[in-house]
Design a protein around this ligand. Structure first.
Ligand code: ADP
Ligand code: GN1
Ligand code: MG
Length: 370
């Protein structure tokens, strides 16, 4: 970190009362958008207490007031639901720590926005499925999250990123990036471009059903990667859904589908060797079972029937977004090496092809647990 960044970090740290002495703050986690730090505090008894400090990416989330209003509203509501169910709200939902001035975030002198959460101890955060049960448990956790928020007034939520999972609009943005070809990279990715263009009509499938009033809008998470769940270290149950920046009105199938995209395979999202990228039907089945057990009662028949579409379109959409960012010069998703967004795009398209080949089996599995 350069000197200015360190000064800004220190400025942000000074905005909270840590109930002890801050021993340090280190980068933490593997997210693509925000900057996350773990803050180590020595409390009066000499014990170490950890917190999560995040610099919200305000290029992506341009309205931090609205965003934090969503998060405080949703976590406050979840706290009540969890208490009523006899659970522990300090472990089963995120808890925002307010600044010394009583604000949900701190605006730094450089235009940045910072927030703090209590650290949920005794948990693991997986980057990849280690055993099918983990994936099943993550499905139960995301399904529960959706059910617990079923009574939350969606009209009070700010749309933190406009048209976030409007796949048809993502397609239109891709065409714009391709026409501009700002970095001269289009010539190297003809195959990927052709793949996207061959799927143009698919991009409108779910959005059309929504526009026709056939699918309902629900309060959804919209970024249901496996690494956005904290699992209890001892029981391996998914206990806390994190990364609530994109909680907005959305489609149930998209929450289901984004989890399948990320977790129903045994490779990294940016695996360069496509021979290692394979969609796993057994993992697909584990997740489907958990999700429908937890949230199935609340879903309409069409919502359940279109779950495979959610899986395919979230994967296609994410691939389109990675490709668009590659064409535009890698300024949306954080990258650690050249070509990383292109590798990410290719894994997604390989998974889409696998899903298309397994389409009938996917539909049969969804039917089995519906
Ligand atoms: P991003 O939006 O960049 O993905 P996240 O909110 O998902 O950021 O946080 C990044 C990582 O920090 C998570 O994957 C998880 O490992 C860890 N993390 C976030 N919040 C907490 C928390 N309250 N307790 C423990 N770990 C957390
Ligand atoms: C981003 O912030 P993170 O890493 O949880 C992105 C998601 C993508 C995901 C791909 C706000 O999620 O939409 O699916 O990367 N979040 C945002 O890994 O764009
Ligand atoms: Mg995350």
């Amino acid at each position: 970190m350069n000197c200015t960044a360190e000064q800004i970090l220190n400025e942000a740290l000074a905005a909270w009362d840590w109930n002890g002495q801050v021993a340090g703050a280190l980068r933490y986690g593997a997210g693509h958008i925000n900057d996350t730090f773990c803050v180590y505090v020595q409390d009066e008894a000499g014990d170490c207490v950890r917190y999560i400090l995040q610099r919200i990416n305000t290029n992506t989330f341009t309205d931090p007031d609205g965003l934090m209003e969503n998060i405080c509203g949703v976590t406050g509501y979840l706290r009540k639901v969890i208490e009523e169910q006899g659970g522990d709200p300090m472990r089963e939902t995120m808890n925002v720590v307010y600044t010394r001035e009583g604000k949900p975030y701190y605006a730094d002198s450089d235009g940045g926005a910072w927030r703090v959460y209590t650290f949920v101890e005794g948990t693991v955060c997986l980057q990849k499925v280690e055993q099918p049960e983990d994936f099943y448990e993550s499905a139960v956790a995301f399904g529960n999250f959706q059910r617990q928020l079923a009574g939350y007034d969606a009209s009070t939520l700010h749309e933190t990123i406009a048209r976030f999972h409007d796949t048809a609009n993502r397609y239109a943005n891709f065409e714009k990036a391709l026409a501009a070809d700002a970095c001269g990279r289009a010539k190297d990715v003809a195959e990927e471009i052709a793949f996207v263009q061959a799927h143009k009509d698919d991009c409108s499938f779910m959005m059309n059903l929504l526009a026709e009033g056939k699918l309902p809008l629900r309060v959804t998470h919209n970024d249901t990667k496996l690494n956005n769940i904290l699992m209890d270290k001892a029981t391996r149950k998914g206990i806390c859904v994190i990364d609530l920046d994109t909680v907005m009105p959305g489609l149930a199938a998209n929450d289901y589908g984004d989890s399948i995209r990320f977790g129903a395979n045994d490779c990294a999202e940016d695996e360069p060797d496509l021979s290692k990228v394979n969609f796993s039907l057994p993992l697909f089945e584990s997740y489907t079972k958990g999700f429908l057990q937890a949230a199935g009662d609340a879903l309409t028949d069409l919502e359940k029937e279109t779950l495979p579409w959610g899986a395919k379109l979230m994967t296609l959409e994410c691939g389109i977004r990675f490709l668009t960012d590659y064409l535009e010069g890698d300024h949306y998703f954080r990258t650690h090496r050249p070509g990383q967004n292109l590798d990410r795009c290719r894994t997604q398209f390989k998974l889409v092809r696998d899903m298309e080949a397994a389409w009938d089996e996917m539909a049969a599995i969804v039917k089995k647990y519906s």
